[in-house]
Design a protein around this ligand. Structure first.
Ligand code: URA
Length: 422
């Protein structure tokens, strides 16, 4: 078999055979198929799509490129959540310890942010001492002691995806439903979770801009999980405006701790509780109700155990950016629209995100929102506070925000409901 034959098959709009898929994924992982060949194949897949069987085989080949984790020795079911990414999406932080407090184990492998969307590991690393890299034995130890662990995937887990995702990122081939679905699901299946809830984001701040494409992605991922024996369900949720009031690493940790303390913004609380119930139901666990676990302090106890077990100090002050700039309402009225992409781009330009994988993030940088769509504001009232280490970053962040918000008489009627569909 050779790479050109595989590329030409997909370029001409035909389905790849089982042998072609198994060979090309394995040969690419071993370095026998070159980056430029895989990049050409990824573009052909993006343009011509894949049939359901092809997506299943491609996912299987990516899982087989590495090892799988096994939690069968644990005394309670495992359950996990994966979000397709968005702006202000810190839900994993309160959710993982919350679900642990309600009686399931949560073994979550997470990623870092790239572009305008944040990454869970970057957020947690703003906590002094917290470590993202754990060996499998350490991961099991944290899971046993805290009920939840959030850490980076080791090199042995779906290495084909690690290589392919980095390539797609620089070749304009990320936005393909077969490639996104197989990338996410190969890692989640290899992670070994028994149940999985997918939070598929829809809107300007998400990969999927329309409900229709998000639904197709969700259906593809649910089928892949189900075919591999993982109890999988998906919610479609709004990412046309940011989630919560904080965007940026340490700012989002602080907001998550508020939720764990029984407070926090209503959209973050609502989505956290809804996802927790779905995760517990998918795992067949009917213990404590998540709302009770937020009120009685047990979710906070799990959080403190989880952070401490990974070397973090849950009581340490979080990093703060030294420079701030306020954006005020130009007139009185109702905040009609607050665009998730514009706010995410501004936070990224303030230093909260990275342009290249090797870049460091600023833990304190980001945006605090003082109003959400539907809120009434007065002229001159602060709409948001920008945080940065260096004031020279404010101009470019403000340029990203120009046109990202609008005042009117009512909230924009096209705003999506927080949970669009299940
Ligand atoms: N997240 C992933 O892990 N893979 C993709 O392809 C897109 C988002």
């Amino acid at each position: 078999m050779d790479a050109i034959e595989v590329i030409v098959t997909k370029r001409d709009g035909r389905a790849l055979s089982a042998e072609q898929i198994a060979w090309v994924v394995d040969a690419y992982t071993r370095g026998e198929v070159a980056d430029e060949q895989m990049s050409s194949l990824a573009m052909a897949i993006l343009l011509n799509g894949m049939e359901r069987e092809e997506i299943g085989r491609w996912t299987e080949a990516m899982i087989r490129s590495g090892s799988c984790m096994d939690w069968s020795g644990l005394d309670r079911p495992t359950t996990d959540k994966h979000s397709t990414g968005g702006v202000g999406d810190k839900i994993t932080l309160p959710l993982a310890p919350l679900v642990a407090a309600c009686g399931a184990y949560v073994p979550q492998l997470s990623g870092r942010g790239l572009g305008h969307t944040g990454g869970t590991l970057d957020k947690l690393e703003s906590i002094r001492g917290w470590r993202a890299s754990l060996s499998n034995d350490e991961m099991l130890g944290v899971l046993r002691s805290a009920g939840a662990v959030v850490c980076a995937a080791g090199d042995g887990l779906a290495p084909a995806d690690k290589k392919l995702y980095a390539l797609r990122d620089v070749t304009g081939t990320v936005e393909s439903i077969p490639l996104i679905a197989s990338s996410i699901m190969s890692k989640k299946i290899a992670e070994g979770t028994g149940a999985l809830v997918l939070d598929v984001k829809v809107g300007s701040g998400a990969f999927m801009k329309s409900v229709q494409t998000a639904r197709e992605l969700a259906r593809t991922m649910v089928d892949l999980g189900t075919d591999h024996g993982v109890a999988t369900i998906a919610l479609l949720t709004a990412m046309d405006r940011p989630l919560g009031l904080a965007v940026g690493n340490a700012l989002e940790v602080a907001e998550s701790v508020e939720v764990l303390a029984g407070g926090g913004p209503s959209d973050v609380v609502e989505l956290t509780v809804r996802l927790a119930r779905e995760m517990l139901a998918a795992a067949g666990v009917s213990g404590k109700d998540p709302e009770t676990a937020l009120k009685d302090g047990s979710a906070m106890d799990s959080w403190r155990r989880m952070i401490t077990a990974q070397g973090g100090d849950p009581d340490a002050a979080l990093p703060k950016a030294p420079e701030t700039h306020e954006v005020t309402a130009p007139a009185s009225g109702v905040l009609a629209r607050l665009d998730a992409y514009g706010v995410g781009l501004a936070a990224w330009r303030l230093g909260a995100g990275r342009a290249r994988k090797e870049d460091a993030v600023s833990f304190g940088a980001g945006i605090t929102l003082h109003a959400k769509p539907g809120d009434t504001v007065r002229e001159g009232q602060p709409l948001m506070t920008l945080h940065a280490d260096d004031p020279s970053r404010f101009d470019r962040a403000l340029a990203a925000l120009a046109g990202a918000y609008e005042l009117g008489e009512t909230a924009d009627p096209s705003l999506l409901p927080l949970v669009i569909d299940r």
